[in-house]
Design a protein around this ligand. Structure first.
Ligand code: CP
Length: 290
């Protein structure tokens, strides 16, 4: 058989051979002897860091990776997330990393039995691998005991899944979390934290300051970004008030001169690229099944 264009053009001999071989493969699932599982990434929102680092992490572990393009996948024909994951699982995918704009979408996959589900960021709820990777950076800087360290998270907290995951993680490690939001609205966050009106009030006490992007994709009303750096961002003069050894962090993607002054991205205390590198390491650990 050279081409397969339609059923009618198959000879009886080719048809018989094909069905016999296919039946054998179907009933005696051929293992992938060289491969340590298949990872599929399903990202219903854009990503550079998380998707690429899952891909690199998986390949380093000897896994094969399928990066689905949701814009051209069966999701466009109405297939829901759970059915897409079940479909991939039926093909032999062993792990899925999923990013989704809705808060509960990924948790709804937790009852699936034959596939591991890893949250790559859902709505405003959780981004666990980002928070875990960020902690690796802190531990490299300060040692593994983070007790009594002070982390300030600043900016668009209301819409930040990174802030929520840090609030779930950092207090467990003994870290004091301080929040400075970019508006006065009540924060629907759980976890021990102290809230401050102005970044400048807490800046000198911070062991790390973590700035957040304005998450326009989740906001009905977008603030005036031309004033944002002045009103809520981290400016060069702010960095001069940080104590010696304090870290400047940002989960990315960052917008220069919006939430962080452009010059601070290249500041010696800035850990943004370290956070990206740690993201690969923690995703390797997660994929390895620890
Ligand atoms: N920090 C983070 O989740 O970045 P990406 O959106 O590029 O994955």
């Amino acid at each position: 058989m050279h081409h397969l264009l339609d059923i009618a053009s198959l000879s009886d001999e080719d048809l018989g051979t094909l069905l016999t071989l296919g039946q054998n493969l179907y009933e005696h699932r051929m293992p992938d002897p060289q491969i340590k599982g298949w990872l599929a990434t399903l990202f219903y929102e854009p990503s550079t860091r998380t998707r690429c680092s899952f891909t690199i992490a998986a390949r380093r572990l000897g896994m094969e990776v399928l990066n689905l393009d949701m814009a051209t996948s069966a999701a466009q024909k109405g297939e829901d997330l759970r059915d897409s994951v079940r479909t991939l699982s039926a093909m032999g995918v062993t792990t899925v990393a999923v990013r989704h704009p809705e808060n509960r979408a990924i948790q709804d996959l937790s009852s699936l039995q034959n596939v591991r589900v890893i949250n790559a960021g859902d709505g405003t709820r959780a981004h666990p691998t980002q928070a875990l990777g960020d902690v690796l950076v802190m531990r490299s800087a300060w040692g593994h005991d983070l007790t009594n360290r002070t982390i300030v998270i600043c900016g668009n907290i209301q819409h930040s899944r990174v802030a929520r995951s840090h609030l779930a993680l950092l207090p467990r490690l003994g870290v004091g979390v301080h929040l400075v939001a970019d508006n006065d609205d009540p924060l629907d966050l759980t976890g021990p934290y102290r809230r401050h009106k102005r970044l400048q009030d807490i800046l000198p006490d911070a062991d790390a300051i973590m700035m957040l992007r304005v998450q326009k994709e989740r906001m009905a009303v977008i603030p005036d970004l031309s004033r944002y750096l002045n009103d809520f961002g981290l400016k060069e003069e702010d960095a001069k008030r940080l104590k010696s050894g304090a870290l400047i962090m940002h989960p990315g993607p960052f917008n220069r001169n919006v939430e962080i002054a452009s010059a601070l991205v290249d500041h010696p205390a800035c850990m943004i690229q370290n956070q990206v590198a740690a993201g690969v390491a923690i995703r390797m650990a997660v994929l390895a099944g620890v």
